[in-house]
Design a binder for this molecule. Structure first.
Ligand SMILES: Nc1ncnc2c1ncn2[C@@H]1O[C@H](COP(=O)(O)OP(=O)(O)O)[C@@H](O)[C@H]1O
Ligand SMILES: [Mg+2]
Length: 186
């Protein structure tokens, strides 16, 4: 079983959005998936309660280890609470303040695989595009700013359950993140 934490010292950077959509990428690739919502805001649970997700979301750490291929954690933005598991995906925006906060917390993380995920990149903005490209060249994963991410979660679904404009591109960028996790080269 692989355990993946979506964690960042910052709020509103896409932890819940990416945790649920990454879970969907793994689910539709044929893996058994469980999402564990350890954020007191319980946003992932709110989405699950719409009863349209094809996998389960539990509201706390399971007491007994579940029989799944992927256990995916949606964390609170708590800088003092670094996840105790081996793989951390850190969503962040292509902004200098996010970069500083993320790099500061990465310095405290030892013996873990950390993948920075630059989320909601607006490629029409020059500064944002340049920063995203620089971080990409340093190994970060890029996820673009797409309204399909907002719209699908508002409907209790992931981008994998949508056929609308942009959903295939969104699915592809999540599948690439899944391939990277499965390849385990970081
Ligand atoms: N790639 C994206 N493109 C467009 N909007 C996004 C994207 N990722 C997240 N959002 C939006 O940004 C906001 C914050 O995302 P959320 O997943 O709730 O962040 P967090 O869990 O880190 O607080 C939400 O309104 C969400 O719909
Ligand atoms: Mg959240």
């Amino acid at each position: 079983m692989r355990r993946i934490a979506f964690w960042s010292p910052k709020g509103g950077v896409g932890k819940t959005t990416l945790a649920l959509n990454f879970a969907a990428a793994a689910y539709y690739a044929g893996h058994k998936v469980l999402v564990c919502d350890v954020d007191p805001q319980q946003s992932a649970v709110d989405v699950f309660n719409e009863k349209k997700l094809p996998f389960s979301v539990v509201p706390q750490e399971p007491q007994v280890m579940p029989n799944v291929d992927f256990l995916i954690y949606d964390h609170a933005p708590d800088i003092n609470n670094i996840p105790k598991i081996e793989t951390i995906i850190m969503p962040m925006r292509a902004s200098i303040l996010d970069l500083k906060a993320v790099n500061r917390s990465i310095r405290h993380i030892r013996d873990k695989r950390v993948i920075r995920c630059i989320n909601a990149v607006d490629t029409r903005r020059h500064d944002e595009r340049m920063m995203a490209m620089k971080l990409y060249s340093e190994g970060a994963h890029l996820i673009k700013d797409r309204s399909i991410y907002v719209r699908s979660l508002a409907q209790g679904e992931t981008v994998f359950q949508q056929q609308k404009y942009g959903s295939k591109d969104a699915q592809n960028e999540l599948n690439r993140l899944l391939d990277r996790i499965l390849a385990g080269r970081d």
